[in-house]
Design a protein around this ligand. Structure first.
Ligand code: FE2
Length: 288
């Protein structure tokens, strides 16, 4: 297959380590445009949504039976920091400083996020890494708010999105400089070689909600070899579906912003028990 974007060294590094950092993928102008756009989206939409008490927990990543979450696959919805509200359920700071993430269809519903998610270079990377029919299944704008921005426990992205065989590829872009202080990504190099440990899925009908299979984490994550991925604004991190990664809380004075999409190979089966569903049509192809 003809290579179009990644070098042979970059491809080898991704397959060997389970991730790849590409510095300077987005220009400062693109970063600024997306930062401005999410601010506008929050101003326009968040007030009406802020009454919904959905939080993004650090423990199992998501509140497991929350319909607001389960029906967000083709919407722009807002998820709040665990520490965003006080005992009386009031925000402890302005809503725009309390949001944890916006998901899960900015890539299809907002023109600016659509443009960067479906740009040709993204499709070329997918093809370079072996995806024959790349489909964008979800997107997330991830805030890690100053002081209250929680950590995300060690996990594998493939636990949350699943194809047979597994083909999920994560794109994660830094929208400001990410450091250990503000909660950058941490990755365990080569951890993807151990394969998937468990799955997060919808329960079989007529039961509602979601479950983990197996229910308990049977293998303790060995995080001793984890390294911080300190990257500058505009950098792209590619994440293998089985890479063990996490992030720490943000203890700094500034938020850490990132945008992420997940892509699957459309030639493979996407089981209906995936938590993420799109009700308004098929997943869209990323051209290359
Ligand atoms: Fe992840």
């Amino acid at each position: 297959m003809e290579l179009r974007f990644l070098t042979a060294e970059q491809r080898e590094s991704f397959h060997r380590e389970g991730y790849l950092v590409i510095e300077g993928f987005w220009s400062p102008e693109t970063v600024l445009k997306l930062r401005s756009k999410i601010k506008k989206i929050l101003n326009d939409l968040a007030p009406a949504e802020s009454a919904v008490e959905t939080i993004f927990t650090t423990k199992e990543q998501i509140r497991q039976s929350d319909n607001y979450f389960l029906e967000s696959g083709d919407c722009i919805r807002f998820f709040w920091e665990e520490k965003a509200r006080d005992a009386n359920n009031n925000f402890v700071q302005a809503p725009e400083d309390c949001v944890n993430k916006v998901g899960h269809a900015l890539h299809d519903l907002d023109p600016d996020f659509q443009e960067v998610s479906y740009e040709k270079r993204v499709g070329m990377i997918c093809r370079d890494l072996g995806l024959l029919m790349p489909l964008a299944v979800q997107s997330m704008y991830i805030f890690k708010q100053a002081h209250i921005g929680g950590g995300v426990d060690a996990h594998q992205d493939g636990a949350f999105l699943y194809t047979e065989p597994q083909s999920v590829l994560g794109f994660w872009w830094a929208l400001n400089d990410c450091t250990v202080d503000n909660g950058c990504l941490w990755a365990v190099p080569k951890s993807h070689e151990l394969g998937m440990h468990r799955r997060f899925k919808r329960k079989s009908p007529p039961n509602e909600g979601t479950e983990w299979l197996p229910a308990e984490q049977t293998t303790a994550w060995d995080l001793s070899g984890a390294i911080p991925l300190e990257v500058s604004a505009g950098s792209l991190v590619l994440i293998h579906h089985s890479l063990v990664h996490y992030s720490a809380p943000n203890n700094s004075d500034n938020a850490r912003h990132a945008y992420s999409i997940h892509v699957i190979d459309g030639i493979h089966n996407y089981p209906a028990d995936n938590w993420l569903r799109k009700n308004n049509g098929p997943f869209n192809t990323i051209q290359f």
